[in-house]
Ligand binder design. Structure first.
Ligand SMILES: Nc1ncnc2c1ncn2[C@@H]1O[C@H](COP(=O)(O)OP(=O)(O)OP(=O)(O)O)[C@@H](O)[C@H]1O
Length: 123
């Protein structure tokens, strides 16, 4: 079944999805805050372009995974409002995907910022 966009462009509806997740999803709020903090640190420490690409990749992966996770949660809630083992598996594996990207982001953070932070703190 195909819905008309009702005059809205594909970009507008995609943006509405992102705004919904940022406004209503606790974890998405944290990820957006962390994104701002990490980009601020990158600017402060003059992180070179090749390392900055790792930072941007990690941010993209985490935010995308969180958006997919929200989409899966909402779809499961729509299809299965009561408890069901398959609903649990769907939600838990979606959350697992976010966790995998978050671990990658932590590794990137350590790789990129450990040395500049150490120098800044005077160790
Ligand atoms: N319909 C369901 N049937 C069985 N287990 C469920 C169901 N809905 C949720 N759960 C279990 O509860 C957990 C939490 O689900 P919930 O929908 O509250 O998402 P969440 O992880 O709290 O995300 P958020 O905090 O972003 O809302 C799921 O990971 C799953 O283990």
């Amino acid at each position: 079944m195909r819905h008309r966009l009702g005059g809205l462009s594909a970009f507008t509806v995609a943006w509405q999805g992102i705004i919904y997740a940022v406004k209503h999803e606790r974890h998405m709020k944290f990820h957006v805050f962390a994104t701002g903090a990490v980009l601020g640190l990158s600017w402060l420490f003059h992180i070179p372009g090749d390392r900055l690409m790792f930072v941007l990749l990690a941010i993209t992966l985490v935010l995308s995974a969180e958006l997919f996770n929200t989409a899966i949660e909402k779809t499961v809630d729509l299809a299965m409002p009561t408890e069901h083992p398959l609903a649990k598996i769907a939600k838990d594996t979606a959350a697992g995907a976010v966790l995998v990207t978050a671990v990658f982001a932590i590794i990137v953070f350590i790789y990129v910022f450990a040395f500049p932070l150490k120098e800044w703190l005077g160790f």
